[in-house]
Design a protein around this ligand. Structure first.
Ligand code: ZN
Length: 321
């Protein structure tokens, strides 16, 4: 985050696929607004997901971008859910490298048989939270830093609620979040958006207790204003994030910080998948060979990589050596 904030006077200039950090003037309230256009459309369209699953994955990508943009160093933030329901696993990750761009990817694993039992409009809980569902947040900042993992039960009617509970319980930071993913009514492309505010007062050192009552009132005001955001506003391509923030918080004054650009980028490659194949036995290689080749699919981006059985065996030999 840049240390020299820009005061929003003439809101313009923000666009799709970005995260805008902001602060409300004079309050201990910080926040983030996210808008995803082509990034979420590409990720969701790589697979043929049932509509309700695609929407939750779109929200999870938005949440992952919000959390990922809090990384101070290069690293990877992963959000993963597991359950015994129709979506045994859903995962989204965000990678930050030296170029400062946030790389997003994600996919959902679906059990079609179980899915069919849940009817046309399955609930959030039914889809990803049922049967001991949980959500894990992992922050991996390389070998020099300790890996962090937090786990929360998937209780709640929406992913926003689960995330809110996570911050409240695991981080003791009062947080309000709204997430949304839906089709653009004009183009039918997927879009996603989200906004979160956090109350930082409790975590601040040296703060006088006398001010606590004031800051509680300020926090309530900030949460009410944030929740006044309309679903359409979170997704509207005609409304920039700066315009949205101005609309919500202009009476109190909102400052925005440098935005983070987001791209859809998978980390799969021929070399990586060859490493996976190198673990297979000769028998496995025989079983997987169809029409003289072994096709391996990347679960994230759905790209297919073809290998010859000889390549697979050579890789296995090399791995043993
Ligand atoms: Zn991939």
């Amino acid at each position: 985050m840049n240390d020299t904030p820009i005061v929003v006077k003439d809101p313009a200039g923000s666009r799709d696929n970005e995260i805008r950090p902001f602060a409300i003037e004079g309050m201990d309230v910080r926040g983030r607004a996210v808008r995803l256009g082509t990034v979420v459309d590409q990720i969701l369209k790589a697979h043929d997901y049932p509509e309700p699953v695609a929407k939750i994955l779109g929200e999870m990508l938005t949440l992952t971008a919000m959390l990922g943009s809090m990384l101070k160093f290069n690293g990877i933030v992963t959000i993963q859910t597991k359950s015994g329901g129709p979506v045994p696993m859903m995962v989204a990750d965000y990678e930050l490298r030296d170029d400062g761009v946030g790389r997003l990817r994600g996919y959902a694993d679906i059990n079609a048989e179980v899915m069919a039992q849940y009817g046309k409009n399955p609930s959030f809980h039914g889809l990803i939270g049922s049967k001991n569902g949980y959500l894990a947040l992992t922050i991996d900042q390389g070998d020099d830093m300790e890996r962090y993992q937090g786990i929360v039960e998937l209780k709640g009617e929406t992913l926003s609620e689960v995330a809110r509970n996570y911050f409240e319980n695991s981080e003791q930071t009062p947080t309000e979040i709204r997430l949304r993913c839906d089709h653009d009514p004009v183009t039918n492309h997927w879009r996603a958006g989200g906004i979160m505010v956090q109350h930082l007062a409790r975590g601040e050192e040296g703060r006088e207790r006398l001010l606590e009552r004031n800051t509680e009132e300020e926090w309530n005001r900030a949460s009410v204003l944030m929740h006044s955001v309309k679903t359409e506003e979170l997704l509207d391509p005609q409304l920039t994030l700066d315009q949205l923030l101005y609309r919500l918080f202009n009476e109190d004054g909102v400052r925005v910080f440098d935005s983070v650009a987001l791209v859809h980028a998978c980390r799969c490659s021929r070399d990586r998948l060859l490493t996976v194949i190198s673990q297979f036995s000769d028998d496995d290689v025989d079983h997987m060979t169809v029409d003289g080749k072994i096709s391996v699919n990347c679960q994230f981006c759905n790209s297919t990589y073809d290998f010859t059985p000889d390549e697979a065996r050579a890789a296995a030999e090399e791995a043993k050596a």
